[in-house]
Design a protein around this ligand. Structure first.
Ligand SMILES: [Zn+2]
Length: 215
């Protein structure tokens, strides 16, 4: 008789695998450079370890052999949502997964316009002719996240310290604005990604990019 696939309970799985993760200290998201506000990302995702264990027992050694050291890395809420259960093999691979939610959607011609308007708003803000209200527009958030993530992926910046002035200023202001109301960060991710809803369970997107095929 085959093993019955164990139902996924995130809380239980987190408790189960808690001890295999080591915390990497830091106050900025390792993917985009935004303040992480005390939040962390599991590398690999807890859901990946759950799938790896496949309802049976698994040792720390087996996990390390398969995935390398497991880390809890500083990560902003928005990048965390963009990653979902995606593991990937490098941080740039993970950045690409996040930014794919935010890049121009060619299926909608108007989407390009949204980013053009956002760019204009950012220029105005940087020149002082507009206030913090520009951050209410999710296109502005997209331009900021795309600027940081794509710049890091392409090696234009080695890290957030290399970001141009406009990006440093807007990241800092966006972070302040996002802290201004409860649940604003997760709502903003949905708006930026043009999603109606996103159940915050790691298997929300089943088997992202076929990563579980080899497990
Ligand atoms: Zn981030």
């Amino acid at each position: 008789m085959g093993r019955v696939k164990e139902k996924y309970n995130r809380r239980q799985a987190e408790m189960r695998f808690e001890r295999v993760y080591e915390i990497v200290a830091g106050e900025r998201c390792i993917y985009c450079g935004m303040p992480n506000d005390g939040k962390y990302d599991h590398q690999p995702p807890v859901y990946v370890l759950h799938r790896f264990a496949d309802g049976g027992l698994v040792t720390k050694k087996a996990i390390r052999e398969r995935f390398g050291p497991c880390k809890l890395v500083p990560c902003c809420t928005i990048c965390n949502m963009g990653l979902g259960a995606f593991h990937g093999s490098t941080d740039n691979d993970r950045r690409q997964e996040i930014v794919n939610w935010l890049l121009v959607d060619d299926r909608y011609p108007a989407d390009k316009l949204i980013l053009e308007v956002a760019n204009r708003l950012i220029e105005d803000r940087f020149q002082g002719s507009r206030g913090n209200e520009i951050y209410q527009f999710p296109g502005v958030g997209r331009v900021i996240y795309i600027g940081a993530l794509v710049g890091l992926i392409q090696g234009e910046f080695a890290g957030p310290d290399d970001f141009p002035a406009w990006l440093k200023v807007t990241q800092s202001e966006l972070a302040d604005w996002l802290r201004g109301a409860a649940r604003r960060k997760s709502k903003y991710f949905l708006d930026m990604a043009n999603l109606e809803s996103y159940e915050l369970v790691p298997d929300a997107r089943d088997n992202p990019r076929g990563q579980f095929d080899g497990l």
